[in-house]
Design a protein around this ligand. Sequence first.
Ligand SMILES: [Zn+2]
Length: 178
Amino acid sequence: MKYTIKLQIDGRAKRVSLRITPYGEVLLRVPKGVDVRRALAWCQSNNEHIEQTLRDMAEQGVLRAERTKEEIEALRKVAKVKLRKALDEASAKSGIGYNRLSIRATRSRWGSCSSEGNISLSLYLAELPDELIEFICLHELCHRLHPNHSPEFHTKLNQLVDGREKELLKMLKKHRIG
Ligand SMILES: [Zn+2]
């Protein structure tokens, strides 16, 4: 069985991990500073597991076809308005500002926040329920205070979502990005 490995160098990742997307791609996430060849070797050692997962996904009919350019552009239009509004509302609610917002066709993560306070959101986020969009926006805004996932970060985030962080995270995990 053939598959594509997509390599992603991730400054926030703590360990090498792999994830299979609904498109049948293998996303290999590698922390900064880890030897890429070693990460690839590790990925190859998981070949059997990957192939089995892909076969299972094919059997269950959960492998998706790629979206067309037109579909992505249509979603981008919706996302630009919807996500900007959601981020501004989350910013007002939390009292945490941000610099710039960019919306990209990212399938590796829902959002990210740079040290300059620029927030990037995946346009696929626009397809999620409103409370999850708000949750992601608040998560990224919290990174303006804590550029990590420290206990302080989670305390702040949990406070902003009225103690529902775990519940919302569970809901979020039911959604595959893209
Ligand atoms: Zn984060």
